[in-house]
Ligand binder design. Sequence first.
Ligand code: ZN
Length: 106
Amino acid sequence: MKFLCIDCDAQMSYQERRQPGDGTFAAAFTCPSCGRRIAMLANPMETQLVSSLGVQIGGRVLDEQPAFVRGMVKRIYTDYAVERAITDITPDVMDRARTDLGLEEM
Ligand SMILES: [Zn+2]
């Protein structure tokens, strides 16, 4: 995963990252040419996805999420699907679940 400054066509350099421990993840990047800064934010699901893919951000693999967070997130979707007799938990279903359950932040 790379971030490019469109104006400069330069690769943004990684500046800092934060993992506050609630499953979310934030990383800041700066353009070495014009100094523009951007930040990438990931919710717990996205953070987990990135972790499970072993994608390196800022040259380091993300810390593994604690098992209880993974279990909790999984159970939210499983419960949602069971209550509605949904057999396949597709990304569509997960989107709907987040909206229905007011979990847009996750
Ligand atoms: Zn730039």
